[in-house]
Design a protein around this ligand. Structure first.
Ligand SMILES: [Ca+2]
Ligand SMILES: [Ca+2]
Length: 219
């Protein structure tokens, strides 16, 4: 009976760790591990505002930003043009139930409470059905007091088969002096997901050892 319970738990854990319907969307160079912007489109008010980096010194009072997957991530700077946006995007097809996951962070040295409320955002636009979905939106006023937002995990599941336009952007609002930044990288599974996977593996291991022991005792 105990063995049955353990086997059942292992089976349940195994099912839990494999998404039953979702598969990952095909995004070219999603984690920027080519070390460049292969597969991505840039729309920016000046050259050099989007780069692929292995670390970034925070503009605000935060720690150094490091890759969340592999060795590289993307860094978007506003530049100093007033009310201009820097946009990094990619268009791809997704089937209903397919997912993608990213981490992103907004970083600014603008003083909180100023009227220069620079913004960072990430969204996905369903071109087929003309539906816009905001996945992340932060501004100077929402990242006080340090100005340097920690990485945020974002996951999106396509509700329908469609062509999707994914974009990350950062905008310099109200001034032409102080830039802000947005960082973007592919996300590895959240810690809770890893914990569930490890639990699944360990339960399967326990179950297999028990089965082996049973066989030995009957030999
Ligand atoms: Ca990466
Ligand atoms: Ca600014």
């Amino acid at each position: 009976m105990k063995k049955f319970i353990m086997s059942t738990m292992a089976a349940t854990a195994a099912v839990a760790m494999v998404p039953s319907t979702a598969s990952a969307a095909t995004i070219i160079n999603a984690g920027f591990e080519t070390g460049d912007l292969t597969g991505w489109s840039v729309n920016a008010p000046a050259a050099g505002l989007v780069s692929v980096v292995s670390s970034a010194t925070a503009l605000g009072a935060g720690p150094t930003y490091l890759p969340q997957e592999g060795n590289f991530f993307a860094k978007l700077l506003t530049g100093t043009g007033q009310d201009l946006s820097t946009v990094l995007s990619q268009t791809f097809d997704m089937l209903a139930g397919e997912t993608f996951s990213f981490r992103t962070a907004f970083d600014t040295s603008e003083a909180p409470g100023s009227s220069f409320n620079d913004k960072g955002s990430v969204g996905v636009f369903n071109i087929t059905d003309a539906i816009n979905t905001t996945l992340y939106s932060k501004s100077v006023s929402s990242v006080v007091p340090s100005g340097s937002e920690p990485w945020t995990y974002i996951t999106f599941t396509a509700p329908t088969d469609a062509t999707y336009f994914f974009s990350a952007s950062v905008k310099n609002v109200g001034d032409n002096i102080i830039p802000s930044a947005l960082y973007l990288d592919l996300a590895v599974p959240e810690p809770s997901t890893w914990a569930m996977m490890l639990l699944g593996f360990s339960l399967i291991g326990v179950s297999m050892r028990r089965r082996r022991n049973v066989q030995v005792s009957f030999a």
